[in-house]
Each structure stands twice: as C-alpha cells, then as structure tokens.
Design a protein around this ligand. Structure first.
Ligand code: NDP
Length: 338
C-alpha cells in the first residue's frame, strides 16, 4: 500500500531534500503541493513533477492523501498540523513544531487523541555519525559521560537570508532554527534530557528586527552532565562538530552538524584513537522511511512529537535565559520556567 503525501509549503527544504526522500521510498508518492500563492504552487508542481497544485488547505486535506509534510514558516505549523490531524492525515512537521512549547503540546495531544502519527523532522538523529556515537555511549565505551560540546554555527546561505533573519513573528532567529536541533541531537546521542539552560544571544550584523543570529548555551542534564552549544548564521569559516567526553574516553566528531551523511567520528581512550565507521545513508530518506514504518504500525518516527516538544521547550528556555540573564529550568510538561 503506497503512502500518498501532500506537501504543505512550497519550500526550499522540500525541493532540496524531502521530495527526493519521499520518492526514494518503495511506497512513497507525492500527490499534491500547497502554497499560499496559486501561481507559486503551479510553478513548484511543474518544476518538481507533482501532479496537483492547490492554494488552500481544505482543498489539500480533502484530496486523496494519507500524510502531509509541513515545511512552511514556523508560525503556520500549528494551525496546519491541527487541521491535518482533524482531517485524519498523518503529519511529519518541520522543526520547531510551533512557536511555543504550549502550542507544540496541543499538537501532540491532538494527534494522540486522533490516533494520528506525528513526527518532527529532526534530521540529525538519522545521521550515521550520531547513531554510532549514541551506540558507543550506550555500550559504555567512554565510561560515564561528563561533558559535551556542540559546534553548530554556520553561514546562512544567501538564498535563505529571508524570514529567518527578518521576521520574529514567523519564528525567525538562530535559536528556533538551530538550537532546537542541538538540543534534540544532545538528547539523542546522550540518551539523557536537559533540565536547565543558561544562554547568551547576539546580533552580529545579519539579523534585524531584534532577532538573534548567534547563540551560546550551557546545558545541565539529568545525569549531571554539562554541555555547551554554539549556534549561528554568521560564521563563514567555522567547522561543525560534536564532542562527548567521558570518564574512560572521548568521542570527537567533526563536520557532522549538516544535512549530508558526511564527517568523522573518533573514539579516543587510553588505548589510543579509533575512527568509528558508520553508514552513509541519506538522513532525510531514513527519516521518511521511519515515518512510513510508523504509519504502518511497525516503528516510531525517528523524532516523535514528544521529541519536538522537548527540543522546542529547550530552545524556548534558552531564549528566556538570554532575555532574563538567568538560568532557566526546562520541563516539557510545563514549558520553560525562570
Ligand atoms: P523557505 O523560505 O524556502 O520556505 C518557507 C515558505 O516561504 C514556503 O512555504 C513558501 O510559502 C515561502 N516561500 C518560499 N519561497 C518563496 C518565494 N520565492 N517567494 C515567496 N515566498 C516564498 O523555508 P525553508 O525551506 O528553509 O524552511 C521551511 C521550514 O523547514 C521551516 O520550518 C524550517 O525551520 C524547516 N527546515 C528544516 C530543515 C531540516 O533539516 N530539518 C532544514 C531547513 C528548513 P508558500 O508555501 O505559501 O508558497
């Protein structure tokens, strides 16, 4: 049985990664695309070989589709997801799930009540690099994890220098864009949850309208581990990386905070250094594959709706901390608290 998808949003991420990822599934088909502009919907459908183009949500949700992929700007995710859930369509939603953790909790509760699969498209959980680090930690190869460092400050490509740096009401800013991924990847790799964050943000010349284009966060996890993460849009020459340091060893990953299945992971212990090998599967293909399996009742999405609540609560707490100058507690049931 094939899964028929409707795309909500004529977006760059769908064009660059997700259309191909859906079509790479043995049972994946894209039936229609929705844009707020009929003209853009038609052009996007034509350019991407999508059979139908619509410009309102009811038309899309009333058509013969099983699932929607939501990749509009962030302020639209909530109402689009709730409408799709009400129409009985499974929802794979881009991060952040919504603008506030309270809204994300509404989405997850609605999906649960309706028996709908809701996934969050945190692609990095699907990277072989992050999976091999998670496995090494779970197998005790670095002993007790003590500290982690995430380097995820990049240069926002010119074609994406739009709402992310200009529209707070659309959920712009580096924290809702990148910190959500870092919080999720830390949770995934460590198998641990953050309980508190302290953050500084900056505007280093790219973002306007009071939005931040860089952030540094310090996290405390349940186990007592502390972590730091750096997110940004303005560092043209920075590398990405992910490190976890434990009592018996360190994991040092380079060039792994990316959309491609690239990078290296090194395990360093008293015995020396070992380069860990990992699969180079396409991150987005794996994400859609897990989502299809979840629809068929065989698996969970790589990142569930609950994971999306966690990452948004963490990002919200980081923003609150940057505004207040205080450390902020993170509770996915209640949101962030000063
Ligand atoms: P885009 O800016 O490409 O698209 C977002 C919306 O902007 C579209 O839905 C579209 O509206 C509108 N739009 C796009 N191009 C134009 C244009 N030329 N003129 C006017 N409007 C336009 O955003 P992204 O693809 O970068 O991001 C979309 C979502 O995906 C966000 O939630 C983001 O956080 C997430 N994302 C996730 C990634 C991941 O790896 N998980 C990576 C990148 C983004 P309409 O549909 O009405 O036409």
């Amino acid at each position: 049985m094939s899964v028929k998808w409707g795309l909500i949003g004529a977006s760059t991420i769908a064009r660059q990664f997700m259309i191909d990822a859906i079509r790479a599934q043995a049972d994946g088909e894209i039936a229609a695309v929705m844009s707020s502009s009929a003209e853009r919907a038609a052009a996007y459908a034509r350019e991407n070989g999508i059979p139908a183009a619509v410009s309102n949500l009811d038309a899309l949700l009333g058509s013969d589709i099983d699932a929607v992929y939501i990749s509009t700007t962030n302020e639209l995710h909530l109402e689009q997801a709730l409408a799709a859930i009400e129409a009985g369509k499974h929802v794979l939603c881009e991060k952040p799930l919504a603008l506030t953790s309270a809204d994300a909790r509404r989405m997850v509760a609605a999906a649960k009540a309706a028996g709908i699969v809701l996934g969050t498209n945190h692609h990095l959980r699907n990277a072989g690099a992050h999976r091999v680090m998670r496995e090494a930690i779970a197998a005790g190869r670095i002993g007790q994890p003590i500290a982690a460092r995430v380097f995820h400050s990049v240069y926002l490509p010119e074609n994406l220098q739009g709402w992310r740096i200009a529209r707070p009401e659309a959920g712009g800013g580096a924290v809702l864009d990148i910190t959500v991924h870092d919080a999720d990847t830390l949770r995934f790799v460590l198998g641990d949850d953050p309980v508190e964050v302290s953050a500084f943000t900056q505007s280093a010349g790219m973002a306007g309208s009071g939005l931040e284009d860089g952030a540094m966060c310090i996290w405390r996890f349940k186990s007592g581990l502390i972590a730091q993460s750096h997110e940004g849009f303005t560092t043209r020459f920075a590398d990405t990386g992910f490190e976890v340091h434990g009592s018996q060893g360190s994991l040092i990953a380079r060039n792994v905070m990316t959309q491609k299945p690239v990078g290296t992971v090194t395990l360093r212990t008293a015995g020396g250094e070992e380069e860990l090998s990992f699969d180079r599967d396409n991150l987005y293909v794996r994400s859609v594959g897990r989502f299809h399996a979840a629809i068929h009742g065989e698996d969970q999405p790589s990142a569930t709706g609950e994971d999306g609540i966690w990452s948004l609560t963490a990002a919200e707490a980081a923003l609150q901390s940057a505004n207040s100058g205080r450390a902020v507690r993170i509770d996915p049931k209640l949101g962030s608290m000063n």
